[in-house]
Design a protein around this ligand. Sequence first.
Ligand SMILES: CC(C)(COP(=O)(O)OP(=O)(O)OC[C@H]1O[C@@H](n2cnc3c(N)ncnc32)[C@H](O)[C@@H]1OP(=O)(O)O)[C@@H](O)C(=O)NCCC(=O)NCCS
Length: 173
Amino acid sequence: MKPNEPEIPAPSAPTAVTFQVPSISDGRRLWEIARDSRELDLNSSYAYVLWCRDFQNTSIVALVDGRVCGFVTGYIRPERPDTLVVWQVAVDAEQRGKRIAGQLLDGLLDRLAPDVSRMETTISPGNAASIALFTGTAGRRGLEIKSEPLFGPADFPDSHEPEDLYILAAPPR
Ligand SMILES: CC(C)(COP(=O)(O)OP(=O)(O)OC[C@H]1O[C@@H](n2cnc3c(N)ncnc32)[C@H](O)[C@@H]1OP(=O)(O)O)[C@@H](O)C(=O)NCCC(=O)NCCS
């Protein structure tokens, strides 16, 4: 190729998604993704950075071309050591619809099995994508999903939407 001749771009490879345990340096991207979602409660940047240190083993990130494009943050419920509580899940808008969120949840549950077999999360009643995500995850994993009201408007000091509790657990035998 002569100097200054434009380089012909190579055909783009299929998008490769990888999943890993978050590290402190991922905290800033989690904050950005939560901010850009315009759906999640945006916590302080400090909260996301701290989460990536102290709750990294119950959280997971997805990378596309080496850049974090989605995450699940969670913790083990102190009263129920068999239960993962999913605090937040989000995927960058341009990467949605590619089953990344479903794979994030599957990857995290696979990593925590067999000690953790139940999952809880709260969802605002109007969040159809989130309800579909957790319903699909329950179906794939042979878990039963049920929901009940948890936090109502009176529990919040501001105009926060109510939050319903969703429980994914093995069906009774
Ligand atoms: C919810 C969210 C994480 C889903 O991410 P995603 O990678 O696009 O989800 P997936 O491609 O893995 O799809 C999971 C399921 O949800 C369904 N789904 C995804 N987006 C949907 C939408 N907008 N409406 C209805 N269903 C939807 C998919 O069809 C799939 O269903 P299936 O398992 O039955 O096939 C993403 O939309 C997001 O980041 N939203 C903003 C943040 C948010 O609301 N987070 C949840 C509250 S904590």
